[in-house]
Design a protein. Structure first.
Lengths: 167, 409
């Protein structure tokens, strides 16, 4: 695919690190460059935002998360992946909803599942989990949902954090 | 209880217009258990009389945490969960998952396995479109098409059962190839489908395409322009009914699709009727692909011989120490994948079905994300239905072909 030219152009404009794997290139850029970079990518002819997802590198602190943006261009016949590292404390990123409207639900999903907030988002609510849910299920420090086995030596320790039914 | 209700209302207050707060327009709940929402989908409608002003979709009723669950299983065991996402396209989900795993660990697939994958995936696409056609026609009160569509779908599900032992949750494709070769009756069964289906598709068309009631309910309803459709991330038949030529089988061919001749049906109107025409033509094109793949189906193994990733055949385990070790290692620990990530997308019956898969050097996926087509196709529902009547909303939901298992994951 003819991706090399615009990847080079993006790299000269925003800096960042190029990673290649199995013939596909991805660009890792700084959080502050996210919005202008997405704007530039849209201008380069990437009509579609295929998806946004997140990887949690817990217990790494800075960066803890990687936001992954996947773009598709029909006119170039290319797909492109861009990553943005996000720190663990008050994770937040600018919303790209104004450039790609379908980012709305995708960012809501990331907020719901990872607890990353998006500045400038029109409707940042939970989308899959109930609205009064506590915690963000896809974070690596969120348990899968098994009950922790209690033994005599750690009965009290686990009993403190055991989620008993209320009322 | 009152606290909970007022809290949830405050949360969505900014989504309805001021007229709704003053009681001028009505906010009406539709679903989650409603026969025409194609699953457990809840919609909050803001209505002026019978005209839709806004829709607030509420999803997540089928959320089962499949992404989280897959992170806790080995690459081979996690595949079983992929069937449960989009239950109308189970082999397609298997296909994209095994393609992602094969790309991550750099595993080759024999040509026979690739051709059988194409045949099964295209048959599954026809089966999925038949369910869509039947239910979408049922939504606009064309009862008889539903019965015919489900009759033909049984033929295809019988073929899946013949190959994998299961009608729906097949897990037939495995990393490196297939679970086993197709049985001897397979070819005759597929030939039978190829023989009868073109006539049956003509029958559906004679029921619907020029039916004045069907045309009244679908032409001009739920229109979207090509630019909007791309910006909202639509894919599949829902996008191609608006004009853009975007099909992952042509855009980034996988599993040998570049060898087959087929057309990507396009329409420009972008309404419910155009989406119907595109999907009906897609069934014909799928039959073309199946016929070509079956005609030149190569002989040979159906699974990679790299036993670091593919379990050895049962017959070898009794005689070969190495095979026994591989068998034991693969079914206890599993194989490891590098600390890298890949994104693979295929054309599911609904659009771009993608898997983002990241390994951490161990035997379990570190992160797996499903980019599901129904997610974006449902998100555009408010844009499609503003200004239409409530009765048209039912036709629009039917036409975008959503599967809630695909959305909620």
């Amino acid at each position: 695919m003819n991706e090399q030219r615009f990847v080079d152009e993006l790299k000269t404009q925003f800096g960042g690190e190029l990673v290649e794997f199995r013939g596909e290139t991805r660009l890792i850029i700084q959080l502050k460059d996210l919005f202008p970079a997405v704007e530039a990518i849209r201008k380069m002819g990437f009509e579609r935002l295929s998806g946004i997802t997140t990887v949690d590198y817990f217990p790494a602190e800075d960066p803890r998360f990687h936001l992954v943006y996947l773009f598709t261009s029909l006119q170039r016949g290319a797909t492109f992946e861009m990553r943005v590292p996000v720190p663990a404390i008050n994770p937040s990123a600018p919303s790209v909803e104004k450039i790609y409207p379908n980012a709305n639900w995708r960012e809501r999903e990331i907020y719901d599942m990872f607890g990353i907030t998006f500045d400038g988002h029109s409707d940042l609510r939970r989308i899959l989990m109930p609205h009064d849910w506590e915690g963000h299920p896809l974070r690596k420090d969120y348990p899968l949902g098994y009950e922790e086995p209690q033994f005599t030596f750690n009965f009290d320790e686990i009993d403190v954090r055991k989620p008993y039914a209320k009322e | 209880m009152t606290e909970l209700l007022s809290a949830s209302f405050d949360e969505i207050k900014h989504l309805v217009s001021n007229r709704a707060l003053e009681g001028e327009t009505m906010v009406l709940n539709m679903g989650p258990q409603h026969p025409s929402t194609h699953g457990v989908l809840r919609l909050l409608l803001e209505l002026d009389g019978e005209t839709i002003i806004n829709i607030i979709p509420d999803v997540g009723f089928l959320h089962t945490g499949i992404e989280k669950n897959m992170e806790a299983k080995t690459y081979m065991k996690a595949e079983v969960m992929s069937d449960r996402l989009d239950y109308m396209n189970t082999t397609g989900n298997n296909l994209v998952y095994v393609l992602a795993v094969e790309k991550l660990v750099d595993l080759d697939v024999p040509p026979r396995a690739q051709a059988i994958r194409v045949i099964i995936a295209e048959l599954q696409r026809i089966a999925s479109h038949l369910v869509w056609l039947g239910t979408a026609a049922l939504d606009v009160a064309a009862m008889s098409a539903f019965l015919y569509c489900f009759r033909e779908r049984e033929m295809i599900l019988d073929i899946l059962e013949m190959c994998s032992g299961q009608r729906m949750m097949t897990t037939y494709f495995r990393p490196g190839g297939l679970w086993r070769d197709v049985p001897v009756e397979f070819e005759a069964a597929v030939r039978h489908v190829l023989k009868v289906m073109p006539k049956r598709i003509d029958q559906y068309e004679s029921l619907l395409t020029r039916n004045p009631l069907f045309i009244d309910r679908t032409v001009g309803i739920g229109k979207i322009s090509a630019e909007d459709a791309l910006a909202w991330g639509l894919t599949g038949g829902t996008l191609r009914a608006s004009g853009p030529d975007h099909d992952f089988r042509k855009f980034a061919p996988y599993s040998g699709y570049e060898q087959y001749e087929f057309d990507v049906p396009l329409e420009t109107a972008g309404d419910c009727y155009a989406r119907y025409l595109v999907r009906v033509e897609e069934m014909r094109q799928s039959l073309r692909i199946v016929e070509q793949a079956l005609d030149k189906l190569p002989m040979g193994p159906v699974s990679s011989s790299n036993h670091k990733f593919v379990p050895p055949p049962r017959s070898e385990i009794g005689t070969s120490m190495e095979a026994l070790i591989h068998h034991f290692k693969l079914w206890t620990e599993g194989f490891s994948a590098p600390k890298e990530s890949v994104y693979v997308a295929v054309e599911s019956p609904r659009g771009e079905l993608g898997v983002f898969l990241e390994g951490d050097g161990g035997p379990k996926p570190y992160r797996i994300h499903w980019r599901t087509p129904s997610w974006d196709n449902l998100q555009v529902l408010p844009v499609l239905s503003r200004g239409h009547l409530v009765a048209d909303l039912v036709a629009i939901i039917g036409s975008i072909d959503i599967v809630l298992g695909d959305i909620d994951r």
